[in-house]
Write a protein that binds this ligand. Structure first.
Ligand code: LLP
Length: 440
């Protein structure tokens, strides 16, 4: 696999000044010096620009629409304070994400609550908070909504359209085997929705689907739109109105040179036009469109800085450069075999011929952050930057091995400020209790 380490031109606003990587106008190695490593760096303008691009293209191509940021990609109060003023809503999937969104200034009237197994207390909390819409994914959820809602609650029903998309391909299936959504193919979605008609406080307003993540191919979304609009037509023939259609997220980004994603404009223009043609062809009323980009708004806005520690060469095998982070700040490699590239922060545009595996510091052989990257020769103390780490990194971080979760520093116009403060050892033992039993 080609992984040059120098991703020239691919990472937009990340630039190089006298060989030094700069993010949001800040010199990466200086950030590392000031804040310590490992460090998540978040380029505010980059995320704002991408989010705005989604809003703007839909305003033009499909005004009857809402862009809901998928909180799971990167959830902290600061992100909502950036995105809410741009007119975005939010997709949340837990009480914790909902709490964070509200605290960050997101209006409940713009929140869609997803999840295949919302707990009763989460359902009560979301009802009390007045979230705009639940995305219902089980019969149990309907029972709990009926039990606790005091007025009709808008719901979308999550369906499984039988399209599974992956980075470079999509699979059309009639599979009913997914923990998400009611299957269209076997008729369960239709009968579930028809049965909602008798509910007092559960108001069916439309359909939701999500076909996968890190998708590059617009054709995958087209197939999903065809399946969903066919289904809308079927429901409308039964007298069931579908006012809203949530197509989920999934728009792919750059991690390595080979990744060739579309822009938000590219993804949205195509989907919006395809949807307009699809509804026209079927003679159905254009639904309110909801899209839920997560990764593509925050992913490329993030960079993680690490300091190189031990370097170990195994003759005729490989050289490991170990850094002060690992699977506790980025579990995606161990989980998904994800690919990344990296640069030396102060030699960011210098090609190198030394091949390294970048290893983490966790006590696990699988804790490798990059399997192979070519860089100039590394020395202990060098700061390296792993690119495209804004999505599903901080939000998936853990205290594994009791490592502290790195802080997030926001950068903008050459200035920096904490977006998430550093954890301390005190923080990670805060809830520990040495149990005492009465007989002790
Ligand atoms: N909407 C729904 C209903 C979703 O399930 C997801 C992601 C999204 C929107 C946002 O998708 P995005 O635009 O970010 O691709 N942890 C994995 C990704 C899991 C995505 C799950 N659902 C990773 O690190 O690659």
């Amino acid at each position: 696999m080609k992984n040059s380490g120098v991703a020239r031109g691919l990472f937009g606003d990340i630039s190089v000044d006298k060989h030094r990587l700069t993010v949001g106008g800040c010199v990466a190695s200086e950030l590392a010096h000031e804040y310590g490593t490992p460090l998540y760096v978040f380029d505010v303008d980059r995320a704002v620009k991408t989010a705005k691009a989604y809003v703007d293209v839909l305003k033009r191509e499909y005004p009857h629409s809402t862009v809901c940021y998928a909180s799971k990609a990167f959830c902290c109060t600061g992100i909502y304070s950036l995105l809410a003023p741009l007119g975005l809503g939010a997709d949340v999937v837990s009480g914790g994400e909902l709490y964070t969104a509200l605290k960050g200034g997101m209006s409940p009237s713009k929140i869609y609550f997803h999840g295949n197994n919302k707990t009763e207390s989460e359902i009560k909390y979301a009802l009390d908070a007045g979230v705009e819409c639940f995305v219902v994914d089980s019969a149990l959820e309907v029972e709990l909504l009926e039990k606790h809602a005091v007025k009709p609650q808008n719901v979308l029903v999550r369906v499984n359209p039988g399209v599974e998309a992956h980075t470079h391909r999509f699979i059309q299936t009639t599979t009913v085997d997914s923990k998400f959504g009611f299957s269209i193919a076997d008729g369960t979605a239709e009968s579930f929705i028809a049965a909602l008609g008798v509910r007092k406080n559960v108001k069916f307003v439309g359909l939701a689907c999500h076909i996968g993540s890190q998708i590059f191919e617009k054709q995958s979304f087209e197939v999903a739109i065809d399946k969903m609009t066919d289904f809308i037509l079927r429901l409308e023939k039964r007298g069931i109105a579908v006012e809203r259609l949530d197509l989920g997220g999934g728009f792919g980004i750059h991690y390595i040179d080979q990744d060739l994603p579309l822009t938000p404009e590219g993804y949205m223009t195509n989907s919006a036009r395809y949807l307009r043609a699809a509804v026209e062809k079927r003679g159905i009323k254009p639904p309110h469109l909801i899209v839920e980009p997560g990764r593509s708004i925050v992913g490329e806005a993030g960079v993680t800085l690490y300091t190189v520690g031990a370097i170990k060469t195994i003759k005729d095998v490989k050289t490991y450069a170990a850094v002060d982070g690992g699977m506790f700040d980025n579990p995606r490699v161990a989980l998904y075999d994800a690919d990344y590239t990296a640069v030396i922060a102060d030699k960011a545009d210098i090609d190198g011929d030394f091949e390294y595996a970048i290893a983490g510091k966790c006590c696990e052989s699988g804790d490798v952050l990059i399997r192979s990257v070519k860089l100039p020769e590394l020395r202990t103390g060098d700061v390296i930057a792993v690119l495209s780490t804004g999505a599903y990194h901080y939000s998936m971080a853990s205290n594994y091995n009791r490592n502290v979760i790195p802080p997030v520093v926001a950068v903008k116009n050459g200035r920096s400020a904490y977006m998430v403060k550093p954890q301390t050892y005190e923080d990670i033992t805060r809830n520990d209790v040495i149990p005492k039993f009465s007989e002790d």
